[in-house]
Design a protein around this ligand. Structure first.
Ligand code: FE2
Length: 431
């Protein structure tokens, strides 16, 4: 007896017409045909059923603050940081929680059920930390929120940041962050990576650093991060976020760096939407894309996750809470247009990111949490192309969000009828 059976599911690995049986919030069967009774039956009608989207890089404390106190005129990372610095003294716990709740509503509607958020610890009041810890508890029934202690203005550069970061960890923030490229000097950046990895090792925590978010090819803190990961025995617990300087690095140097990163067991988190918006700002033409080397990293065996970074905040006036927007941008900016590439990028916004976050019980296997998304698409490649409706979002076996399927009706003589969003001829296939 199941609480819920989803029938006729297409799975991300290509299996079709599969049934998924769910009992007590857990997947208890995945089979071609489940004949048992169920409290509820959902027909997926051969649509894609996937584990939920996971955003491995976000700023929940800044989200939806666009225009406060003014817009980012230059559009640069540095003006964004300055703007956030103006807004920070005015932040209140209540407003932060309310903005976070509104964003999480949007996220859930898009099938995004796990988010790693960096939390700025630069303000010694730590109102951001208090608010995000409260939010983490409030949304826990429907969304996993993981928090990173992030010294936005520099671990050494910002007075009091060292003490604030430790206090944030003591309060319950679970991951150590950093921003070595924003420290005053290369040497202080290097030293910050070492100090922050030591804190993580001493406390048994994970590390996720904003690292080399610059077009400067000589910004090479990722090398230090990989080396310190090995030195402190942090293999499998460290992520480097952004890594945009790698786009501009000398190819010979990168041929040494990629194996070092792979050897260290560190993960890479790219944020294609924001990187396309912020990088290359000092270029005239041609302009660099400013995205890290996603295909090369994947080839080298480095786990790659893709995140949003920002939605409607001082750095980015766009964003929808949809990780398929992120994967769609990665297809273009990284020139990964084959079906296999798109399937790989779908993994980067689902299973890879879940692994980077260390989520327990994530996936489609028997015994995993019954956290699922039914999309109005046939497979991962089509999902990235269409960014379709999330028909049902399921958390621990309960339907927590629904969206009506997209349905356009034509009223043109001779062409009257419904428009198939995928727009294929019947039976048309390509691999
Ligand atoms: Fe970020």
């Amino acid at each position: 007896m199941f609480d819920l059976i989803i029938r006729n599911a297409s799975l991300p690995d290509g299996r079709r017409n599969m049934d998924i049986g769910i009992a007590k919030g857990v997947i208890t069967a995945v089979d071609q045909s489940i004949s048992s009774e169920a409290g509820q039956i959902l027909d997926a009608v051969e649509n894609l059923v996937a584990p939920p989207f996971v955003d491995p890089h976000f700023h929940m404390d800044a989200t939806l603050s666009l225009g406060m106190p003014r817009m980012n005129v230059s559009g640069t990372l540095l003006e964004g940081i300055a703007l956030w610095g103006e807004l920070r003294p005015t932040l209140t716990r209540e407003a932060l929680v309310q903005r976070g709740l509104r964003y999480c509503d949007l996220a859930v509607s898009k099938g995004l059920l796990a988010v790693r958020s960096h939390v700025d610890v630069s303000d010694p009041r730590l109102v951001t930390v208090e608010a995000m810890l409260e939010l983490r508890d409030l949304v826990a029934p429907y969304l996993d929120l993981q928090l990173v202690a992030f010294p936005q203005d520099g671990y050494y550069r910002s007075p009091g940041a060292q003490a604030s970061l430790v206090r944030a960890l003591d309060m319950g923030v679970e991951i150590v962050g950093g921003i070595p490229h924003f420290e005053r000097t290369m040497e202080e950046g290097r030293a910050s990576v070492e100090a922050l990895c030591r804190i993580a090792a001493d406390r048994g925590l994970m590390v996720d650093m904003h690292c080399d978010e610059t077009d400067d090819p000589m910004s090479r803190h990722v090398e230090t991060l990989a080396a310190q990961t090995m030195r402190f025995g942090l293999q499998g617990r460290v992520a480097g976020s952004h890594l945009t300087s790698m786009h501009s690095m000398d190819n010979y140097y990168v041929s040494k760096l990629l194996p070092l990163m792979a050897e260290s067991g560190m993960a890479a988190i790219s944020n294609p939407l924001i990187n396309m918006m912020l990088q290359g700002r000092h270029d005239t033409y041609p302009k660099r894309r400013g995205l890290t080397r996603i295909p090369q990293m994947i080839e080298a065996g480095i786990p790659v996750g893709l995140g949003q970074d920002c939605v409607m905040d001082p750095w980015y006036s766009m964003g929808t809470g949809d990780l398929l927007d992120v994967a769609n941008m990665a297809v273009h900016a990284s020139q990964m247009g084959s079906v296999a590439d798109k399937t790989t990028l779908f993994d980067a916004v689902t299973v890879n990111s879940a692994r980077i976050l260390g989520l327990d019980g994530y996936g489609l296997e028997v015994g995993c949490n019954a956290d699922l998304v039914i999309l109005q698409a046939r497979d991962p490649a089509e999902a990235i192309r269409l960014r379709p409706a999330r028909l049902h979002v399921i958390r621990r076996g309960q339907i927590i969000a629904q969206t009506a399927p997209s349905l356009s009706v034509l009223n043109i003589p001779g062409r009257a009828g419904h428009v198939d969003p995928a727009c294929f001829a019947p039976g048309q296939k390509f691999d």
